[in-house]
Design a protein around this ligand. Structure first.
Ligand code: ARG
Length: 469
C-alpha cells in the first residue's frame, strides 16, 4: 500500500478499506492530465520563487519521462498506489528524492483532482464535437442528394403528408447541430482553472493562478476556492448533453430499424454494418442500430448517478465525489463509439427511393393538399376537409389513390374539382409548394442547405482556441 499520508496514524489501513477507498483502477485514465497539471504547477512555483529554476527543471524532466514511460508501457501503473496522484508523486520522489517531495507545495489532491477531471472532460467535449461534425457532414451529403426523393412524413406513425428524404435528414441535422451548440456552451462555461484552490481555502503561498490557468489553456482561474474543489456542474452538463445526443441517436436508430424492416423496406443496411442469425439463414439484422438505441440507457444512468451523488454533499470536497468518474468515463466512451459507428452505418446505407415513393403514393398523404385545392376554389376549409374525407373513404373501398380517382367521380362529390386537380395533388406539387422557411419544398430546402453548409464551414473550436492568451 502506497499512500501520501500516514503520519498521524498508528495503525495500518485495513486491506478492504484501502481497496474500497482507492481510485487508481479508474483514475489512471487521466495520468497525462495529472502530469500536465503538475508541470504547470511547478513552472508557476518557480516563477514565484517558491521553487528554484533547477528544481523546476528537474521535476519537469522526470515528469516528462514518467509520462513517456507510462505511454510506452515501460512504467506500469499498479494498484499498490491509492490513486494516480500518489503514483506520479511516488515515482517522482523515487527518481529525485527530496526535490520530488516539493511537487505538492501549495496544492491539495482536491484541487488537483478537480483540475485533472476538468482537463480530461474538456478534451472529451472536443472529441465528441468532432464526431458530431462528421455525422453532420454525412447528413448534409444525403440531404443534397435527395432533394427530390419523395417519402411519406408521419405523425402517430401514420402516413401524414409527403416530404423528401432530404427534409427528413434535415430534421436530424438540426438536432445534432443543437448538440454541438450545447457542447460549445459547456466548454465556454467550464473553461476556468481550479488549480491553486488548495484543499478548500486557497493557500498561503503566493501562487499565480492566472499563470497556471494560462499555461493550461483556460480563460482564467475560478473565483471561489471552495466552489472550485466542490464543483462538478460541468460534468453534469456534459453528461446531460451526452444523454441528449444518445436520445437523438436512439430516435434515429428506431426509425432506421423500422425502415430496414420487411414492412417498410425504405433502406438497406450495408453488409458490413449488419449481422446474421445463428439459426435463420435469411436474416440480416440491424444489431448496430439496436445496440446504439440500447446503450442510451447507460448514458442516462451516468447522468442520474452523478446528479444523485452530488445532491447531498456539503461544501467543500467530500469523498463521494470520487464517484464522478467511472460511469462518466463509461458514458464518454459509449457516446464516442456510438457516434462513430452510427455515422459509418448511415454513410454506407442504401436508400430505396422507389419504395419510399410508393409508400407516399399509397397513404393519402396528399389529402391535405386536395382540401387546400378546394379552398383555393372557393370551398370553406371545414367543408373541404369533409369532402376529401368522403373521397378517401371511397378510395379505400376501391383500393385506389386519390389521384387515381376519375374526375367525374371527384366532381360527383364536389363540383369545384377541375382537370387541374391532378397536377395540384401530385406528390411533386405537394412537396414543392411547401416553401415556407423550414418546409420540404425544393427551394426552401436549398436555402437551408446553403445555411447549413456555411455553418459547417466555420469551426467553433478554432474560435475558442483564439481566446486563449
Ligand atoms: N481519488 C480522489 C477523487 O477522485 C482524489 C481526491 C482525494 N482527496 C482527498 N482529500 N481524499 O476524488
Amino acid at each position: 500500500m502506497a499512500q501520501l499520508w500516514g503520519g498521524r496514524f498508528t495503525k495500518e489501513t485495513d486491506k478492504l478499506v484501502y481497496q474500497f477507498n482507492a481510485s487508481i483502477a479508474f483514475d489512471q485514465r487521466f495520468y497525462k492530465q495529472d502530469i500536465e497539471g503538475s508541470m504547470a504547477h511547478v513552472c508557476m512555483l518557480a516563477k514565484q520563487g517558491i521553487l528554484t529554476k533547477e528544481e523546476m527543471q528537474a521535476i519537469v524532466k522526470e515528469l516528462t519521462d514518467i509520462s513517456r514511460e507510462v505511454e510506452e508501457g515501460t512504467l506500469e501503473i499498479t494498484e499498490e498506489y491509492e490513486d494516480i496522484h500518489s503514483f506520479v508523486e511516488a515515482n517522482l520522489i523515487k527518481r529525485l528524492g527530496d526535490v520530488g517531495k516539493k511537487l505538492h507545495t501549495g496544492r491539495s489532491r482536491n484541487d488537483q483532482v478537480a483540475l485533472d477531471m476538468k482537463l480530461y472532460t474538456r478534451l472529451e467535449v472536443l472529441y465528441t464535437d468532432v464526431l458530431l461534425k462528421d455525422l453532420l457532414k454525412v447528413l448534409l451529403r444525403i440531404m443534397e442528394e435527395n432533394l427530390d426523393t419523395i417519402m411519406p412524413g408521419f405523425t402517430h406513425l401514420q402516413k401524414a403528408q409527403p416530404i423528401t428524404l432530404s427534409h427528413h435528414m434535415g430534421a436530424y441535422f438540426e438536432m445534432f447541430k443543437r448538440d454541438r451548440l450545447r457542447l460549445k456552451d459547456i466548454y465556454a462555461r467550464m473553461n476556468y482553472c481550479p488549480l491553486g484552490s488548495g484543499a478548500l481555502a486557497g493557500t498561503t503561498y503566493p501562487l499565480d493562478r492566472e499563470y497556471t490557468a494560462e499555461i493550461l489553456g483556460f480563460y482564467g482561474p475560478t473565483l471561489n476556492s471552495m466552489d472550485s474543489v466542490a464543483d462538478r456542474d460541468y460534468l453534469i452538463e456534459f453528461l446531460s448533453a451526452l444523454a441528449t445526443i444518445m436520445m437523438h441517436l436512439s430516435r434515429f436508430c428506431e426509425e432506421i430499424i423500422l425502415w430496414n424492416s420487411n414492412e417498410y423496406q425504405f433502406v438497406e443496411m450495408d453488409d458490413s454494418y449488419s449481422t446474421g442469425s445463428s439459426i435463420m439463414p435469411q436474416k440480416k439484422n440491424p444489431d448496430i442500430a439496436e445496440l446504439v438505441r440500447g446503450k442510451t440507457g447507460r448514458v442516462y444512468g451516468a447522468l442520474m448517478s452523478l446528479l444523485t451523488t452530488m445532491k447531498g454533499i456539503p461544501l467543500a470536497y467530500n469523498k463521494d465525489m470520487q464517484e464522478d468518474k467511472e460511469l462518466a468515463f463509461d458514458a464518454m466512451d459509449t457516446v464516442k463509439h456510438c457516434l462513430a459507428l452510427f455515422t459509418g452505418m448511415l454513410d454506407t446505407m442504401k436508400f430505396c427511393k422507389e419504395e419510399m415513393r410508393k409508400s407516399a403514393n399509397n397513404g393519402f398523404t396528399n389529402a391535405t393538399d386536395a382540401a387546400d385545392y378546394l379552398v383555393n376554389h372557393g370551398v370553406p376549409f371545414r367543408d373541404a376537409h369533409g369532402i376529401v374525407g368522403q373521397l378517401v373513404l371511397q378510395c379505400i373501398e376501391q383500393k385506389i389513390a386519390l389521384d387515381e380517382m376519375p374526375l367525374s367521380q371527384l366532381q360527383a362529390v364536389c363540383p369545384a374539382f377541375e382537370e387541374d386537380v391532378f397536377e395540384a395533388i401530385s406528390m411533386e406539387t405537394c412537396v414543392n409548394k411547401r416553401l415556407t422557411v423550414g418546409a420540404p419544398g425544393r427551394e426552401a430546402m436549398e436555402q437551408v442547405i446553403a445555411l447549413e453548409k456555411e455553418y459547417l464551414s466555420k469551426e467553433w473550436q478554432d474560435e475558442e482556441a483564439k481566446k486563449w492568451k
